[in-house]
Write a protein that binds this ligand. Structure first.
Ligand code: ADP
Ligand code: MG
Length: 707
């Protein structure tokens, strides 16, 4: 039952059975029970098929059995497609007969409501108690194209092609479309599985199944939800070191939709969390199935490049420019060519050709020109990959050009992707030719695929296990501060600043007071100039309401500002809650730190350019826990405004290490205190020479769990 070259696995009875019973097999051609038998026969399943149906003698020329228990031989896999109310009985019978694995096609379970959910729960319990695995219910089946198995236990009308991609789909309907598209592109799969309701077998199981399967070189997943994100992180991080995992994640979760009262929440949205989460696991995300397959084709045929530097070779100027723009926008580099490479190109290309990057060989370029130029680019140590573009003259057939490109590409470790702007006949002729470079119809899709190859290469070069720093904090004191939230879940400013201090993050000197008179006294104590801010439950953006007064220089100014704020709060219907006085800070760069907890995926961290315009510039980066030091540094240095931190136009460089340290501390704070639902430090004044500090902090907690 085990395929050669791989260890035994609990999913073997499902993917590599020696015998399959189709329970609910049917003679009627418009039923799933017929389609399943038909597909198994069409694929030439290498084991034995046992249709089960008490009302038929034979189906599809196969002898039919009245029940699973009537089958005279052991059954490895039972595919169940009987009406819902018979499923439990059939499963019991299968378990009694010692069936090795189940695929339940039948729908009507947890996707239909409480009753279905209860039935599904019972199914899961029975199957788990028996120690076997079940795919579904409510799924479209599984297939395995391995020559010694040839199992197609799906009802998909399109027969699968063998190949090196493992595909798991959470949606059955989409599964049919996926198989169509794959076959249309000539993309071959090792195994395909439609998980349906994931009552037992989940995406995590499939990752582990493909982890050590030598035949599966690329893993593709269509996901709608993460059942167990913690386990997914663990497994995906490990598996993506060995082979690429590409994911299309659809749908925003209801739980993930956040209140937009915090900047972090407004900027993030559930989708950003998912992206940050996947990125951290080394998983590559695609927006559509089409994109997924474009990227998968590159991974199937090319090794990741050592770096982002691409040489572009073309016979037409326009597509060369499009390719350049696309590469750059996806984060790749198109460096100028070395004098040596230019000289070599000039020696055989026509004089009117351009030997810059992109190399434009002009419309007269021959297959020889392509081969020689590509070889020259691939030899250049300052290039990591090549993108070759061919625009076919009206009547030409570029097949010979692609063959020559392929010959040269085979002699190099560097990835070569081809853009062939050619007619349909050409595509039909090269479809499924695994020995050719991946071919794309447009420069953008090739550039995107190459960028993902490069991103994966860079991720794999990162150290596998980076120790998290030991950051000591007084967690009991922090927990006590979190207990002191207002009715609406927010901490009063002094408590929020205290939490930051306890976490080891510097804050501006401040006093929180109850009345105007106390404010005047506290200002003198802090020393002028001071900043005055009103405090009130429900007051979110203070400056919008005139509740922030900067640079106050006398007691009279403080008093006047405080009275004005009281009036404005009253006019806005907010109950006064006193004042916050702060030292007046100057210089530096305003940045933002944020935390926004996703109920399923855990805390999302944010760093970016801060201040009043944070939602205008949206120059922020996200990360998830556990946050490693190199990831924190990438978040800080990854913003577009990085130069502002490094000092432009004579401004001093800010303390970047301190920003990285603060992010790591916030990550540690959020992990240890899951009650912390939202945190915005905006602005944090980033400066040099120990002058960095938080000027504004907002923290929202969820109520403590009762009982
Ligand atoms: P809010 O974000 O609720 O409007 P902030 O406390 O962030 O109120 O203050 C608004 C702006 O005032 C900040 O973005 C910052 O530019 C400035 N500011 C706030 N506190 C100080 C301070 N202590 N020193 C100097 N500038 C400050
Ligand atoms: Mg603010």
């Amino acid at each position: 039952m085990t395929q050669p070259n791989r260890p035994a696995h609990p999913l073997d009875p499902i993917f590599s059975p020696r015998s399959v019973a189709i329970v609910g097999a049917s003679r009627s051609r418009d039923s799933l029970g017929w389609a399943l038998v038909h597909n198994l026969v069409r694929a030439e399943f290498q084991g034995t098929l046992y249709p089960v149906n008490p009302k038929a003698r034979s189906i599809h020329s196969l002898r039919c059995y009245p029940s699973v228990s009537a089958i005279p031989d052991p059954v490895d896999l039972a595919v169940i497609t009987v009406p819902r109310d018979f499923v439990a009985g059939v499963v019991d019978e299968c378990l009694a007969a010692g069936v090795g694995g189940l695929v339940v096609i039948t729908a009507g379970f947890s996707e239909t409501g409480a009753e279905g959910r209860a039935l599904e729960e019972q199914l899961r319990e029975r199957v788990r108690a028996a120690g076997i695995r079940m795919v579904g219910p409510n799924c479209m089946g599984v297939f395995n194209t391995a020559e010694e198995v040839r199992l197609d236990a799906t009802f998909s009308p399109t027969p699968p092609l063998p190949g090196s991609i493992g595909f798991v789909s959470q949606s059955g309907a989409l599964g049919v479309a996926v198989l169509n598209l794959a076959a249309g592109l000539g993309l071959g799969l090792t195994q395909f599985i439609s998980m349906g309701n994931k009552a037992d077998v989940s995406g995590n199981d499939l990752l582990e199944y493909w982890e050590d399967d030598p035949a599966t070189r690329v893993i593709c997943m269509y996901l709608e939800s993460f059942g167990n994100p913690k386990r997914f992180t663990e497994i995906a991080k490990r598996v993506s070191r060995k082979k690429p995992i590409l994911v299309v994640k659809a749908g925003r979760t209801e739980e993930g939709a956040r209140a937009a009262s915090s900047h972090t929440g407004a900027l993030a949205g559930a989708d950003v969390t998912v992206s940050a989460f996947l990125e951290q696991c080394g998983v590559l995300r695609a927006d559509t199935i089409e994109e997924l397959f474009d990227i998968a084709r590159a991974f199937e045929r090319c090794a990741p490049p050592a770096g982002p530097r691409v040489g572009i070779l073309t016979n037409a100027g326009g597509p060369g420019i499009l390719a350049t723009d696309a590469c750059v926008s996806f984060g790749l580099a198109i460096p100028p060519l070395s004098e040596k490479t230019r000289k070599a190109l000039r020696s055989f290309l026509p004089r009117v050709a351009s030997v810059d990057n992109p190399v434009d060989m002009i419309a007269s370029a021959t297959a020889d020109h392509y081969a020689l130029s590509l070889a020259t680019l691939l030899e250049d140590p300052e290039l990591d990959a090549a993108l070759v573009i061919n625009v076919t003259p009206v009547l030409g057939d570029p097949r010979d050009i692609l063959e020559r490109i392929a010959d040269v590409a085979r002699g190099s470790e560097k990835p070569v992707l081809a853009v062939m702007m050619a007619r349909d006949e050409f595509y039909a002729a090269v479809k499924g030719r695994g020995d050719l470079p991946p071919v794309y119809a447009f420069p953008e899709s090739a550039a995107r695929a190459l960028a993902r190859l490069a991103a994966y290469g860079a991720w794999r070069q990162r150290p596998a296990a980076e120790p998290l720093p030991e950051l000591a904090m007084d967690d009991a004191a922090i927990a006590a501060e979190l207990d002191g939230a207002d009715a609406d879940g927010h901490l009063p400013p002094a408590r929020a600043f205290r939490v930051l201090e306890l976490a080891g993050i510097p804050v501006a000197r401040h006093r929180q007071v109850g009345s105007v008179a106390e404010a005047v006294a506290a200002a003198a104590e802090l020393g002028f100039p001071v900043v005055l801010k009103a405090v009130a439950t429900g007051l979110v953006h203070k400056s919008e309401l005139g509740a922030v007064a900067l640079d106050l220089r006398t007691a009279a100014e403080v008093e006047e500002a405080a009275r004005g704020m009281e009036q404005r709060l009253a006019a806005a219907g907010l109950a006064p809650g006193g004042f916050l006085l702060q030292e007046m800070a100057r210089g530096g760069q305003e940045v933002i730190f944020g935390i926004s907890a996703d109920p399923k995926l855990g805390p999302l961290l944010m760093f970016g350019l801060g201040g009043k315009y944070v939602e205008v510039f949206r120059d922020v980066r996200f990360g998830v826990t556990p946050l490693a030091p190199s990831e924190a540094r990438e978040m800080v240095l990854g913003i577009k405004g990085r130069k502002l931190l490094e000092g432009v136009r004579g401004e001093a460089r800010v303390d970047i290490d301190l920003l990285v340290d603060a992010l790591l501390r916030l990550a540690r704070l959020a992990t240890t205190h899951p009650r912390l639902a939202e945190l915005d430090v905006n602005p944090f004044l980033a400066a040099g020479g120990g002058r960095s500090r938080a000027l504004d902090a907002r923290i929202r907690v969820t109520p403590p769990a009762t009982g």
